[in-house]
Design a protein around this ligand. Structure first.
Ligand code: ZN
Length: 377
């Protein structure tokens, strides 16, 4: 039962000591960097595609403008043709009117000739005798009137024929004009469609521009991330190198003093139970300067039940060191510290029987014997 409780306590202690065991891992960061690089390539391609699309839209737009210009000059030509036809129609109408007048005049003349010849034939022979007129002359005059009538009839027929021809011509002109009108309205319709297309292409260009801005922002963001990631990786590599150097040269002592409790199983000085002592206790007076045993970054600086005020430093390569029962801190979480730098002052905070430094070394979450890592005092 006691054993189970102890195991539980140990697990609890480990959990409490390493609330953030996910230290930056070089492999993980390199994977992250590769991911960013792939993302960057994707965005670069998207920007390239957007540029191509933009160019295509611009080329298309220019060709549409050209087409509109062509249609415009085409409509001008057609309009001119229509104007000419209109003039021709007017000319034909005038001529028809003139022909109509000619016809009327000729018809009048025929009517008059017929009337007159009728009147002449109606003159009695007695009257002819009385007036002394020559009947032959009368007959000649009648014959002449009939000639006039006949000639007028010929002219009339010819004029009517000409008027008919003019009417046909006019009808043809109107048909041509109608055809051209239709053609013209088709051209205008085409122009309308092209204008719609221009509006669409312009909208597309605006959309592409906006997209490009977003992509570019995203790109610079990822580029920054890549730079950050590269710097982090560089730092991790340096840290790893530093850690192996640290392990080669050994850790310096955090304080100088007699060891009062060693690493391993012991009876707890306060609770009187068997427990695993995860470090060594070094007796020192209150306010003794506590030094960082190697360079690293501070991952914890605060209170911990039992340990009182605690500092944990990560040295890279999965190695951390823990300093407990401190009075006050000379650093804060996140600080980078150099080997030998003062990080805190010793005391007796937490469960402690007197002023001393509890010092622990961890590989990952596993406590190891500090004396195997510390250089000889
Ligand atoms: Zn201790």
């Amino acid at each position: 039962m006691k054993k189970i409780l102890l195991i539980f306590l140990i697990f609890f202690a480990l959990f409490a000591l390493f609330p953030h065991t996910a230290y930056s891992d070089l492999d993980e960061e390199q994977k992250k960097l590769e991911g960013y690089k792939i993302e960057l390539e994707k965005i670069k391609k998207a920007i390239k595609d957007t540029n191509i699309n933009e160019k295509t839209a611009q080329v298309l737009l220019n060709s549409i403008y050209d087409e509109i210009d062509k249609i415009t000059s085409n409509t001008i030509v057609i309009q001119n043709k229509i104007n000419v036809i209109n003039e021709e129609i007017t000319v034909a109408e005038n001529m028809i009117q003139q022909k109509t007048q000619d016809i009327l005049r000729n018809e009048d003349q025929i009517k008059a000739s017929i009337n007159l010849s009728y009147k002449l034939t109606a003159i009695s022979p007695m009257e002819l005798l009385l007036t002394g007129q020559d009947p032959d002359t009368i007959n000649q005059r009648i014959a002449y009137l009939s000639y006039i009538s006949l000639s007028s009839k010929t002219i009339l027929d010819k004029t009517k024929e000409e008027r008919e021809l003019l009417a046909q011509k006019k009808a043809n002109l109107i048909k041509n004009k109608e055809y051209l009108d239709q053609f013209l309205s088709e051209k205008w319709k085409q122009q309308e469609v092209l204008k719609e297309e221009i509006a669409m292409q312009n909208k597309l260009i605006v959309t592409l521009g906006t997209r490009k801005i977003i992509y570019t922002q995203k790109k610079s963001k990822i580029e920054k991330e890549i730079e950050k990631e590269k710097a982090l990786i560089e730092k991790l590599i340096l840290e790893a190198a530093e850690a192996s150097r640290v392990l080669e040269t050994g850790l310096i002592w955090p304080v100088k003093g007699p060891i009062t409790s060693y690493f391993g199983w012991r009876i707890h000085p306060i609770w009187g139970v068997r427990e695993f002592h995860e470090g060594i206790d070094i007796a020192v007076p209150t306010n003794t300067k506590v030094l960082a045993v190697a360079s690293g970054s501070v991952t914890y600086a605060g209170w911990m039940t039992g340990y009182g005020n605690v500092v944990i430093i990560y040295h890279g390569s999965n190695i951390s060191t823990l300093y407990a029962h401190l009075k006050r801190f000379a650093i804060k979480k996140g600080d980078l510290v150099a080997q030998g730098q003062v990080i805190a002052y010793a005391d007796s905070t937490g469960w402690s029987t007197g002023p001393h430094l509890h010092f622990g070394v961890y590989l990952g979450a596993k406590a190891v014997n500090p004396l195997n890592y510390l250089s000889s005092p």
